[in-house]
Design a protein around this ligand. Structure first.
Ligand code: HEC
Length: 182
């Protein structure tokens, strides 16, 4: 092998080495950059999660306060609404009758998708808590709940007079507290 052919071989290796270096450097620097991004993301996520953690804590404590106040009016709802809007339904004797039993079951199922009071406040259902409370007030004010078919066999369950005053006071205060959360 002549000197020049060794030279050429070395040059070849050098070029090959440089060519190989391009993807290596690119991968390394990209990897580094990605890592920096990850760091930034991690930090941002940490900030976000502290934010959402603290607003979660605030929301939980407002809900807890509303639920505390709820205990003073709960018996009113228990009397008039729990048969359909909770899991603790007291079925009437005629629930055993064919057809009628099915109608009652359907009402209860439908009632709970709108408003589920099984676990106290916050209530279950598909609307926001503010909308639920507004809707409850509306239904009581218009004398629409409990539904008529139920009132035919359960008398005196419309929420009226002093009971209505205390329920509405609880609802108004609660809505005010919930609005301050935003
Ligand atoms: C005999 C069963 C029954 C009782 C008792 C009952 N509800 Fe209902 N409730 C229903 C049914 C069924 C629906 C869903 C269909 C409808 O809106 O009429 C409903 C729906 C609702 C809704 C949602 C309305 C809407 O348009 O989204 C609210 C709020 C509500 N009830 C409040 C009450 C309150 C407050 C009481 C007690 C004072 C009560 N309900 C008692 C059966 C009942």
């Amino acid at each position: 092998m002549t000197t020049s052919s060794i030279q050429r071989l070395l040059n070849g290796f050098l070029v090959l080495g440089l060519l190989l270096l391009i993807p290596v450097v690119s991968i390394l620097s990209h990897g580094k950059k990605k890592h920096d991004d990850d760091d930034k993301n991690d930090k941002q996520e940490a900030v976000d999660s502290t934010l959402s953690d603290s607003s979660q804590i605030i929301q939980d404590s407002v809900y807890a306060a509303i639920n505390d106040n709820y205990q003073t009016v709960r018996y009113i709802f228990k009397n008039s609404c729990f048969d359909c809007h909770t899991d603790s339904t007291k079925y009437p004797w005629y629930h055993v009758l064919p057809f009628i039993g099915g109608v009652i079951d359907d009402d209860i199922k439908e009632a709970k998708t709108h408003l589920d009071m099984s676990n106290d406040f916050p209530f279950g259902g598909h609307a926001t808590q503010i909308d639920q409370l507004t809707e409850i007030k509306e239904e009581i004010k218009e004398g629409k709940m409990p539904i008529l078919s139920y009132r035919l066999t359960h008398w005196g369950l419309l929420i009226e007079g002093k009971k209505q005053d205390s329920v509405f006071q609880w609802i108004d205060e609660s809505i005010k507290m919930l609005k301050e959360l935003k």
